[in-house]
Design a protein around this ligand. Structure first.
Ligand SMILES: [Zn+2]
Length: 181
């Protein structure tokens, strides 16, 4: 099943679809291949607004390469963690709005200070499977306990290489968020 890419996964500045892979710059729409979109956000409680810290599309090839660079033990622990959590999901929770609650903990996203949205797309369509989903700050804390130092270093390096926004925003982005999940 698929549907048009929802506004949650359009570029926040132009409200248009992402068109190129963050890593290899491939045109993800005209290639017709599968790709992923991730948007990392935080809630600024004083102002009652959310702010996008980092958002990007990544082609399937680059996502697999990145997974390959992570330590095997980290990726295995994460996969096991995902499987276990997904088995215990209430499917009705996801029917109305899959981005309302964290896929992994069930925590409400509007009660999360930091969260991310993940989509799997093809062309200008968004695939509906376990995607799209949201990950809360609590889930990220739990995931980070499963990562090896090697993996954390890889993620830090990735952030240094591909994030080119202002340094004060870079500081706010937890490299653990960049895990290819
Ligand atoms: Zn790529």
């Amino acid at each position: 099943m698929s549907r048009d890419i929802s506004p949650d996964f359009l570029k926040s500045d132009t409200q248009t679809p992402f068109d190129s892979c963050l890593v290899c710059s491939k045109d993800v729409i005209s290639s017709g291949e599968d790709y992923f979109i991730e948007r990392i956000m935080r809630r600024v409680t004083d102002f009652g607004v959310t702010e996008t810290l980092f958002e990007y599309a990544m082609c399937m090839d680059c996502a697999s390469n990145m997974k390959g660079e992570m330590s095997k033990e980290s990726m295995q622990s994460i996969e096991a963690f995902f499987k276990e959590r997904i088995m215990s999901l209430d499917p009705f929770d996801r029917l109305i709005n899959p981005l309302e609650k964290c896929l992994l903990t069930g925590k409400r996203i509007d009660e999360s200070l930091e969260f991310s949205f993940h989509a799997h797309c093809r062309g200008t369509e968004m695939m509906e499977s376990i995607f799209p989903y949201a990950v809360s700050d609590d889930a990220m804390d739990q995931i980070s306990e499963l990562l090896s130092k090697e993996t954390l270093d890889e993620l830090d390096e990735f952030k240094g290489k591909y994030f080119n926004g202002p340094p004060e925003i870079a500081e706010l982005i937890n490299p653990k968020r960049l895990l290819p999940i």
